[in-house]
Design a protein around this ligand. Structure first.
Ligand code: NI
Length: 171
């Protein structure tokens, strides 16, 4: 099932999500499948549950955008335990379509969390996957990439979005 991706302005995007507590259930498996499907349909490389209006600490990432099943990653109740290096690169967000900006992120991260069965998992990531993990975990904390920009740049983008909202072009 495809979900609608909620866009900037929806309170759920700026609300810290609650931990997942029920593991190894058909509902959780279905939700993860639907999140991958929704992400691929929108040509994204990451999608966090708050972006489909579900305030739970769950995100999916696939830096191959559906080309390579081995690249699928599921982050449940994730936290970043190690950050190394720093890389500035362009970043976008399915909830803020049409806007891409340079964002500084750690080059390498180690993320610890749970898998669908509730087992502890530890994932190490570099390059685009590292960036995607940081971006998606930000979503679970109610943080959008705009918060990593200068106040000037952030306000400029927010003004442009508010114009789009007014014109009925932001839904
Ligand atoms: Ni995003």
């Amino acid at each position: 099932m495809l979900y609608k991706v909620v866009k900037w302005g929806a309170p759920v995007l700026e609300t810290p999500a609650k931990p997942v507590t029920n593991f190894d259930t058909p509902a959780l498996r279905q939700l993860v499948e639907d999140m991958f499907e929704t992400m691929y349909a929108n040509k994204g490389v990451g999608l966090a549950a708050p972006q489909i209006g579900i305030s739970e600490r769950l995100a999916v990432v696939d830096t191959s955008a559906g080309e390579d099943p081995a690249m699928r990653r599921v982050l449940i109740n994730p936290s970043i335990t190690i950050r190394e290096g720093r890389i500035v690169d362009e970043e976008g967000c399915l909830s803020i379509p049409g806007f891409r900006e340079n964002v500084a992120r750690a080059a390498t991260v180690v993320v610890e969390g749970k898998d669908i069965e509730g087992n502890n998992v530890r994932l190490e990531a570099q390059e685009l996957m590292s960036r995607a993990f940081q971006h998606e975990i930000d979503h679970l904390d109610g943080i959008l990439f705009l918060q990593h920009l200068s106040p000037l740049k952030r306000d400029l983008i927010k003004r442009k979005i508010k114009k789009l909202i007014k014109a009925g072009e932001w839904e």
